[in-house]
Design a protein around this ligand. Structure first.
Ligand code: SF4
Length: 460
């Protein structure tokens, strides 16, 4: 038993986190920055932070993740990192030639109190930022928030740097996805193209972190939202923001500075959330929903109908990010499953209220927690007291799955021990079908494994 020290008795903890259900802010900032074409993320802190953030993304995506660092030493830790950052900006533009450097801070540079806006302005005054190149910035102290907050903060930095109101309004929508996989970003674009709307989506990590193997190393892969595209977002007619924790602040800034109104939607996971996304796009883009997309939806409904007996009443424990957990729980309730335990390490007052609203009729006694003490240890304690039929979450759940012998669907960040997440979407109707297929596969495999010989079924 790997987790044999987990005690079933749940005691309130005020400070201690054991096996957190989140990771650190700069990882989110780095991921969002990689969704801009020609962008090199830059970690303003020590080399160790940058190495960790890069390796976390590399292990999840199985792709090389490029990023630079201010390489703080003892001196910069005491006197501040201004000279390191200015030298880094000069070196990076000279050697690696990105279009944008996206600087995020770390615990160390935030504690010192480095004023990155002032340092970047100084670098510009000193001629270290070439004409037509950009340095953008997000504040990402990791002693608060999570990777989700870091993603949201970098999106704010992107809007601040590039979204300006021009003279000519554009017949296009902005689509801002929350932290989802490159496959999901590709699927969101596919749906938007099926509807025939003009749109700019940012960030867009498809063709960056799922780029094909060509035998040649490319520093800046083909994908990512381009700077000219980003510069038009202030003239778009509307924004669809997908996932409140990750995208609301950026959508609000676009509204405040450029008067581009926004629809705050969920990430389109499951049938209802995808319906809302599609209908919002249809309304604001003034386009019809094509029959082909309606047929995709119908196929998901058909599978649910055919296999309902294997889903009904099954209990689930989930952990992950609020923006994906909320629509996923809604989908599970639609499948007549029972999300029983839910934890998210990401803070945010609305999380519990939203979950309670979704579960009030289906699972009124569901246990829900978020914030620093909503960790994998608490999740395991709940499961020890009463088992569930299925686990859904990132790779860190594999210990609970093994110790408690519970089927496990890997979903979220990070997934360190399987592939597929960056290539097959979980958003849209296609993604709903994939989630369904995976859940059913786990349940049917388990039924086959445990069935006595006389009820081992050929047809299920
Ligand atoms: S938690 Fe802070 S110190 Fe640790 S890796 Fe993240 S930014 Fe660096």
């Amino acid at each position: 038993m790997l987790l044999r020290h987990t005690l079933p008795e749940v005691k309130e903890r005020k400070a201690l986190t054991i096996n957190p259900a989140k990771t650190c802010q700069p990882i989110g900032a780095m991921y969002a920055a990689l969704g801009i074409h020609g962008c090199l993320p830059h970690s303003h802190g020590s080399q160790g932070c940058c190495a960790y953030h890069r390796s976390a993304l590399t292990r999840h995506f199985k792709e090389p993740v490029m990023a630079a660092t201010s390489s703080f030493t003892e001196g910069s830790s005491v006197f501040g990192g201004q000279s390191n950052l200015i030298q880094a900006i000069n070196n990076i533009f000279t050697i690696y030639e990105p279009d944008v450097i996206a600087v995020h801070t770390t615990c160390l540079s935030e504690t010192i109190g480095d004023d990155v806006d002032q340092i970047v302005a100084k670098a510009k005054d000193e001629g270290k930022i070439p004409e037509g190149k950009f340095v953008i910035h997000a504040s990402t102290p990791s002693y608060q928030g999570s990777h989700v907050t870091g993603y949201a903060n970098m999106l704010k930095g992107i809007v601040k740097a590039f979204s300006k109101k021009g003279d000519i309004p554009r017949d296009q929508l902005n689509i801002i996805p929350a932290w989802v996989e490159p496959s999901d970003m590709r699927e969101i674009k596919r749906i938007a193209n099926m509807l025939g709307v003009n749109f700019v989506m940012f960030p867009d990590t498809s063709d960056v972190l799922d780029a094909p193997q060509t035998g040649k190393h490319v520093m800046y892969p083909e994908g990512g939202t381009t700077i000219p595209e980003l510069q038009t977002t202030g003239d778009s007619k509307y924004t669809l923001a997908l996932g409140e924790w990750c995208t609301k602040a950026a959508a609000q800034d676009l509204d405040r500075t450029c008067k581009v109104g926004y629809d705050m939607l969920d990430v389109p996971i499951g049938i209802k959330a995808t319906d809302r996304f599609v209908m919002s796009m249809s309304r604001h883009g003034d386009v019809q929903v094509p029959a082909l997309l309606t047929a995709e939806r119908g196929r998901v409904v058909d599978v649910i109908t055919d296999m309902q007996q294997y889903l009904h009443g099954k209990t689930v424990a989930l952990w992950g990010d609020p923006d994906t957990l909320i629509p996923l729980v809604e989908f599970l309730v639609d499948l007549e499953m029972k999300p029983k335990y839910i934890v998210s390490g990401t803070p945010g007052k609305k999380f519990k209220a939203k979950m309670e609203e979704l579960l009030k009729d289906a699972v009124p006694d569901a246990k829900i927690a978020n914030g620093p003490q909503a960790d994998m240890y608490l999740m395991h304690q709940w499961i020890k007291n009463e088992k569930v039929d299925l686990l859904i979450g990132n790779t860190y759940g594999k210990y609970i799955s093994r110790d408690e012998d519970i089927p496990f669907l890997r979903m979220g960040f990070p997934i360190l021990d399987r592939v597929g997440h960056s290539y097959f979407p979980t958003v849209g109707y296609t993604g709903a079908m994939r989630i369904l297929e995976k859940i059913l596969g786990l349940f049917l495999d388990r039924q086959d494994r445990d069935a006595p010989e006389e009820s081992f079924e050929l047809v299920m």
